[in-house]
Design a binder for this molecule. Structure first.
Ligand code: FES
Length: 133
């Protein structure tokens, strides 16, 4: 395990970025890891197909919270379609992790899948309303 990996994880874990509730969020989605019960809820505010603002709440292991924090930094200001393409591997690379066992990949996957569901939920709502962003 590299020093960079530990420092990066602990920095995001102790000083999480965008850990906030967005009251006027365009979409909110929460999920949990059934194997441990850790939870993440993601709030996105969308403007013209871009994630104008993003926040998260949750509790869990250092890796799941650090991943959530980093993910919010990565997608803030991005097009929703680009945010949908982010994978667990992208987060691992940003965190400086070369490989993880399946049990720990789930810690990273929690925030990735929660963000994707928040976006999909938003797109579904907009499409059913027949409007744009
Ligand atoms: Fe639960 Fe990491 S141990 S998400």
């Amino acid at each position: 395990m590299s020093y960079f990996f530990i420092e990066n994880i602990m920095d995001h874990y102790k000083n999480p970025r965008n850990m906030k509730i967005i009251n006027e969020a365009s979409s909110v989605f929460g999920d949990s890891n059934p194997t441990c019960g850790d939870t993440v809820k993601i709030f996105i505010k969308v403007n013209e197909n871009k994630i104008e603002d993003i926040g998260f709440q949750g509790h869990g292991c250092a890796l799941s919270m650090a991943s959530s924090s980093l993910l919010t930094e990565m997608v803030k200001g991005s097009e929703m379609q680009d945010a949908l393409k982010i994978t667990e591997s992208d987060l691992m690379r940003e965190l400086g992790i070369k490989e993880l066992g399946p049990n720990r990949i789930k810690c990273i996957a929690l925030s990735v899948k929660t963000l994707k569901m928040a976006i999909i939920q938003y797109l579904s709502k907009v499409n059913h309303a027949g409007g744009g962003t």
